[in-house]
Design a protein around this ligand. Structure first.
Ligand SMILES: [Zn+2]
Length: 150
């Protein structure tokens, strides 16, 4: 199964999400955090989606999460996906960022191994222009502490 379509468009950062993409280039995952209500949220916006505060920061997270849901694409719905099907698009619920879920791909699992609840951790892989994108790979369920391994 493919997960990384060749020629996938690279990110075009905006003022709101540029720090997210800049951190990815350092192989670090950061998530927007509200300093008023102490909640993480994503995608990043100029104000907190929960309380409206503009007192925001970026916080590094572990990159650990679980597959919240996924789908398998069987058709090339974009020219860049031609010849790449089937591929997965997975929604990952991060362990340490409230209810933040990232839409990404799991790079090393396919059904039935790829399943809801599968423990994963972030990894960074290049888009067509070399920009690093956050993707996820399997991890052992008991490695939620911030130590490297697996
Ligand atoms: Zn808030």
């Amino acid at each position: 199964m493919s997960y990384l379509p060749e020629g996938l468009p690279s990110p075009h950062p905006t003022l709101d999400d540029a720090p997210f993409w800049q951190a990815c280039q350092q192989q670090q995952l950061v998530i927007r955090h509200c300093e008023s209500c102490h909640q993480f949220f994503h995608p990043p916006l100029p104000v907190c989606q929960k309380c409206g505060s503009s007192n925001l920061s970026w916080k590094p997270v572990s990159g650990h999460g679980t597959v919240y849901t996924y789908t398998i694409g069987h058709y090339a719905v974009h020219p860049s996906l031609k010849g790449q099907a089937p591929y997965n698009v997975s929604v990952v619920l991060l362990d340490d960022a409230d209810d933040v879920r990232l839409v990404s791909n799991v790079v090393d699992a396919e059904p039935p191994l790829l399943a809801i609840g599968l423990p994963v951790t972030v990894c960074f892989e290049p888009a067509s222009d070399g920009s690093l994108l956050p993707r996820f790979r399997r991890r052992a369920a008991d490695t939620s502490s911030p130590q490297e391994g697996v």
